[in-house]
Design a protein around this ligand. Structure first.
Ligand SMILES: Cc1cc2nc3c(=O)[nH]c(=O)nc-3n(C[C@H](O)[C@H](O)[C@H](O)COP(=O)(O)OP(=O)(O)OC[C@H]3O[C@@H](n4cnc5c(N)ncnc54)[C@H](O)[C@@H]3O)c2cc1C
Length: 811
C-alpha cells in the first residue's frame, strides 16, 4: 500500500469511484481510494439504479447529462462494457394544472442545457407506457434519456479506468482515524497502515458521520429506509414490443422501471422511517434492512390504481436499504465547511443517476478550485450554523414524503421550523407575517392581510401580488420598516485589514472611517465569487477601528472560508463572525430620515450623513450602527442592532414611525424593488460562471489598482471577449413572472437564461435579468422568453429602470 499520495478518497460506492475516475480524467493520477469492504458494499449494490436527466436547476441537469454521456461511453467500451439500458424514456406524471405548468418551466430551463423534455397529455402518457390508466391524470413530463444501469459493473468500470490511469484502489481497508497536520495535510489511518496525503474526500454513504467524526465534523446527512419490489414477468410487457419507460408519480410517490420481463416498483411512503440514527453496526455491509411492505400500503394502492396489472402479478423479491438525505434534498458535494483540504460527496439520494456528474464536478473543484458550472446548489457550505442530524432527520422525513412533488416558488415546507429566529420573530408573527426561510432564518416575506390568507402554490403571480404591491407603494411614497435577519457579518480588525481586502476585491475598497462601499471578490478564474458591503468603523468605546464585511445570509461559511484561505502568514488581520449577534432593521422611503432623526440624536441631513455613510449611535437609548445604504432604491437606512437590543430598537422605531403611518414590509417587496434598481442577488445573478464584465459590474473593477485575486485570469477573459452578458428584460406578460432558468430564445435557438425575475410594482412592468448572447445585449433588442411553453416577447432595456440617476437614494 502507498504511504504517500495526493488524494485519498474514502468509500468505494458510486460517489467514491466516480470521484477517483474523474480525478484521473482531470490529470491527477497519484490518487487512492480506500474501501472498508468490497466496492459497492454500501447502498450502491442494491440500488434500483435508474438514471434520469430531470433536474430543477441547470447545474443538476448539466451534471446528470454528464452521467448519461459517461455511462453511454462505458457501455460501448469493448474492453470493460457496462450493462446500461439507455433511452427507455421516463414519465413524471401530473394531475394538476400547476404541476403541468411547473414541468413546462423545467422544460424551458433544461433546453438551455441542450436537453429536450416533452410535456405530454394523459393519452400520450398511456401510449408510451401501455400499462398505465389515465384516471385522474392530466399528463406528464417525458424525458427520452431515462434508463437504468448495472451499479456494480458501473463502479467496477470506473475503478478499472482509474487504475489504468495510475490510481490505486485498496479494498477491505477500513479507515479508522484521520489526523490533520499543521500544514493542512492529512494522515489517513487504516487497518492496514497509514497514508499521508494532501487532500481527503469523504464518500462514505450512510457511514458519512462515522468518518466525519474522525475529522471533527457533523455532516447534516440522515438515512431513511427505502423499499422497492421486483415482480414476476408481466406478459403485457413482452406484448408491448418495447421496454417500459420509467414512471414517477407525484400523487402517490412511487416509481417504476422495467426489470427483466417484469417491473421494479419503489415507494416513498408517508409512514417512513429514519435509519441508523443511533449508530450503525460495523457488520452492516452488503446488507439490507428487514422488509416491511405493510408500511408502504398507502402508496402501493396508488401504484396499483395507475398500473392495474400489478394486482394480478406476483412479487419476486423485496429490497429495503438505507438511502441518505440532506436538509434540502440536494447532495453535499464540495469543500467541507471550516476545514482545509477536505471535501465530501455525500447525501446522495439518487447517486446512480447523478454520481457520474457529481464526481466530475467534485474532481474539477479539487483540481482547479472551481467547476465548469456554479455548484452552489450542491455546495456543502450552503447551510450554516443550524445544521445537525436531528434537524436533517425532520427535513429528510418531509422530503421523503414529498419525493416527487417539486417545490413551488415561495413554498417553504413546515418541518424543522423555526430553526433560527431573532427576538422579533414572535412579534412579526403577531403582526401577521408570512415567513420565508433563508439559511434557516425565519425572515418576513410579507405581512398577510388576514390570518387565513394562504396563496395557492403557483408559477403565476399569486394572490400575494397586491399585498406586495401595497408594501412597495408605502415604501416608495412614505416609509416602511423591515427586519433583515441572518445577514452575514464578519468583523475584520488588524493593521493590515485594508491591504488584505484590497487583495481580495477587484475594485476600490472604501477605506475612510465612516464610509461604506460595495465590492466584488473574484475566484482564480476571474469570475464572481462573492459580493460584500464594507463599512469602516472608527475606534470607539464599542471596539477598535474595524471593518464590517456584510454579505448574503447563505454565504456565511462560504465567505468566511474564502477569506481565511487567503490570509497570509504574519498578516495582521483577524476575522470574527457576528452573524448570529446582530440583526438589521431597514428604514426605507422618503420619510425614513424624519423617522430616524426623531429617535436618534445627531445630524442626519444629507450633508452630514450622505448616502454610503456609517455611524454608531443610539436609537432611543439602545446602541445601534446606522448605514446609509439602500437595496430598495429609496432613501434608506440599515440599522444594525445587537440582538439584545433588537426589541428595544424596534419599539422605538415603531413609536417614531407612528407620526408617519409607517408600515412593515418584507422580503418579497424588497425583491421587486431591487429588480427595478438593477441590484443583483448572490447565487442567482452573481455566479462563478461569469466574470464581472459579463455580469455588468465593470464599474466595480479597477484593473490597474495593483494585484488582486483573479486579476490575471480576468485580464485573459476580457481579451477573449464576453461569452454572455447580463441584461435587464421587460417582458410582455402580466399573468406570471419568468423564473430563474427559463430560456431566452431567438429564431428558435436558445440565446440565454433568466437568472431572476419579478414584477416591478413602481414601474408597472414585468422584469427579468438574463445572461444572453452579447450580440443581442443592446438596449431596444427584442428576444423571446420560453415561459411555460409559450414564447413571450421581451425587450432589452437599460439597467436600473427605476430612478436611473439614483437621486432618491441620495436624497
Ligand atoms: C432501495 C434503493 C433504491 C435506490 N434507487 C435509486 C435509483 O433508482 N437511482 C439512483 O440514482 N439512486 C438510487 N438509490 C440511491 C443510490 O443507490 C445512492 O445514492 C448511492 O448508491 C449512494 O452511493 P454512495 O457511494 O454515496 O454510498 P455507498 O454506496 O453507501 O458507498 C459508501 C462506501 O463507503 C464505504 N465506507 C464507509 N465507511 C468507510 C470507512 N471508514 N473506510 C472505508 N470505507 C468506508 C462503504 O463500505 C461503502 O462502500 C437507491 C437507494 C436505495 C436504498
Amino acid at each position: 500500500m502507498k504511504t504517500r499520495t495526493k488524494v485519498v478518497v474514502i468509500g468505494g460506492g458510486i460517489a467514491g469511484c466516480s470521484t477517483l475516475y474523474h480525478l484521473t480524467q482531470e490529470g491527477w493520477s497519484d490518487v487512492v481510494l480506500v474501501e472498508r469492504d468490497e466496492l459497492t458494499s454500501g447502498t450502491t449494490w442494491h440500488s434500483a439504479a435508474q438514471v434520469t436527466n430531470f433536474g430543477m436547476t441547470q447545474t443538476m441537469v448539466g451534471l446528470k447529462s454528464h452521467s448519461i454521456a459517461l455511462y453511454k461511453k462505458l457501455r460501448d467500451d469493448p474492453e470493460y462494457p457496462v450493462g446500461y439500458h439507455h433511452g427507455d424514456g421516463g414519465i413524471r406524471l401530473a394531475n394538476t394544472p400547476a404541476q403541468m405548468q411547473g414541468y413546462r418551466h423545467f422544460a424551458s430551463m433544461a433546453r438551455g442545457m441542450g436537453v429536450e423534455y416533452e410535456v405530454i397529455d394523459a393519452e400520450e402518457c398511456a401510449r408510451r407506457h401501455p400499462l398505465i390508466s389515465t384516471d385522474n391524470l392530466l399528463g406528464g413530463l417525458w424525458d427520452g434519456e431515462d434508463g437504468d444501469i448495472d451499479p456494480a459493473q458501473l463502479c467496477q468500470a470506473l475503478a478499472y479506468h482509474a487504475r489504468k490511469a495510475g490510481a490505486q484502489v485498496y479494498r477491505n481497508t477500513p479507515v479508522t482515524a484521520l489526523t490533520q497536520h499543521k500544514d493542512d495535510t492529512w494522515t489517513v489511518h487504516t487497518l492496514h497502515g497509514d497514508i499521508d496525503c494532501d487532500i481527503v474526500v469523504n464518500a462514505c454513504g450512510y457511514r458519512v458521520n462515522e468518518v466525519g467524526a474522525m475529522m471533527g465534523v457533523h455532516h447534516p446527512v440522515a438515512s431513511m429506509e427505502h423499499q422497492y419490489f421486483i415482480t414476476e414477468d408481466i406478459p403485457a410487457i413482452a406484448e408491448a414490443g418495447h421496454r417500459m419507460p420509467l414512471l414517477r408519480c407525484p400523487i402517490s410517490d412511487y416509481y417504476s422501471r422495467q426489470e427483466k420481463g417484469g417491473l421494479l416498483v419503489g415507494f416513498y411512503e408517508q409512514d417512513c422511517k429514519t435509519w441508523g440514527m443511533d449508530g450503525i453496526s460495523p457488520e452492516f455491509s452488503n446488507d439490507l434492512c428487514p422488509d416491511d411492505m405493510d408500511r408502504v400500503m398507502d402508496v402501493l394502492e396508488g401504484a396499483f390504481e395507475r398500473m392495474p396489472v400489478l394486482m394480478d402479478t406476483g412479487i419476486k423479491r423485496v429490497v429495503n436499504g438505507p438511502i441518505t438525505y440532506t436538509i434540502d434534498g440536494a447532495p453535499l458535494v464540495g469543500p467541507i465547511p471550516n476545514k482545509r483540504n477536505a471535501f465530501c460527496i455525500i447525501g446522495l439520494r439518487a447517486g446512480l443517476g447523478e454520481g457520474g456528474g457529481h464526481g466530475w464536478l467534485l474532481a474539477q473543484q479539487i483540481v482547479h478550485g472551481e467547476a465548469c458550472y456554479d455548484t452552489w446548489v450542491i455546495d456543502p457550505r450552503r447551510f450554516a450554523g443550524h445544521t445537525n442530524v436531528e434537524l436533517t432527520a425532520l427535513k429528510a422525513i418531509e422530503d421523503y414524503q414529498n419525493e416527487f412533488r417539486f417545490h413551488f416558488p415561495h413554498e417553504h415546507r413546515p418541518a424543522g421550523r423555526p430553526a433560527k429566529t431573532t427576538p422579533l420573530t414572535p412579534i412579526m408573527a403577531a403582526e401577521g407575517a408570512e415567513f420565508t426561510v433563508v439559511n434557516g432564518w425565519e425572515r418576513v416575506d410579507y405581512i398577510k392581510p388576514a390570518p387565513d390568507f394562504h396563496p395557492n402554490l403557483s408559477f403565476d403571480f399569486d394572490e400575494a401580488f397586491d399585498v406586495i404591491g401595497a408594501e412597495v407603494r408605502n415604501v416608495a411614497e412614505n416609509v416602511g420598516l423591515a427586519e433583515v435577519n441572518g445577514f452575514n457579518r464578519i468583523e475584520i480588525t488588524g493593521a493590515d485589514r485594508h491591504a488584505f481586502l484590497d487583495r481580495m476585491f477587484c475594485g476600490t475598497v472604501a477605506k475612510r472611517d465612516g464610509r461604506v462601499g460595495l465590492g466584488y471578490l473574484l475566484n482564480h478564474q476571474g469570475c464572481v465569487k462573492a459580493e460584500a458591503t464594507i463599512a469602516n468603523l472608527p475606534a470607539s468605546d464599542r471596539g477598535p477601528a474595524r471593518l464590517w464585511y456584510g454579505s448574503a445570509a447563505a454565504s456565511e461559511s462560504h465567505d468566511m472560508d474564502w477569506l481565511k484561505a487567503h490570509q497570509r502568514d504574519g498578516e495582521d488581520v483577524a476575522l470574527r463572525s457576528l452573524t448570529n449577534d446582530y440583526t438589521i432593521l431597514v428604514l426605507a422611503g422618503p420619510n425614513a430620515r424624519a423617522v430616524l432623526a426623531s429617535c436618534a440624536r445627531g445630524d442626519w441631513s444629507a450633508t452630514a450623513f450622505p448616502w454610503l455613510s456609517v455611524r454608531e449611535c443610539f436609537i432611543g437609548f439602545a446602541p445601534a450602527t446606522v448605514m446609509g445604504v439602500s437595496f430598495s432604491g429609496e432613501l434608506a437606512y440599515e440599522v444594525h442592532v445587537p440582538n439584545a437590543s433588537l426589541y428595544a430598537v424596534y419599539l422605538t422605531l415603531r413609536q417614531a414611525g407612528e407620526a408617519y403611518d409607517m408600515k412593515l414590509f418584507g422580503a418579497r417587496a424588497v425583491d421587486t424593488m431591487r429588480m427595478e434598481k438593477g441590484f443583483l442577488h448572490w447565487k442567482a445573478d452573481l455566479i462563478t460562471e461569469f466574470d464581472p464584465f459579463e455580469t455588468g459590474l465593470s464599474r466595480f473593477v479597477k484593473i490597474d489598482k495593483g494585484d488582486f485575486n483573479g486579476k490575471d485570469a480576468l485580464i485573459r477573459r476580457q481579451a477573449e471577449g464576453a461569452t454572455k452578458q447580463l441584461v435587464t428584460l421587460k417582458i410582455n406578460a402580466t399573468h406570471a413572472p419568468a423564473h430563474g432558468g427559463a430560456s431566452v430564445m431567438q429564431d428558435g435557438n436558445v440565446v440565454g437564461t433568466v437568472t431572476s425575475a419579478d414584477w416591478g410594482h413602481r414601474l408597472g412592468i414585468n422584469l427579468a435579468y438574463a445572461f444572453i448572447d452579447p450580440m443581442l445585449a443592446t438596449v431596444g433588442t427584442f428576444v423571446e422568453l420560453d415561459m411555460y411553453g409559450d414564447l413571450i416577447a421581451a425587450e432589452v432595456i437599460a439597467p436600473s429602470p427605476y430612478d436611473p440617476t439614483f437621486a432618491r437614494m441620495r436624497s
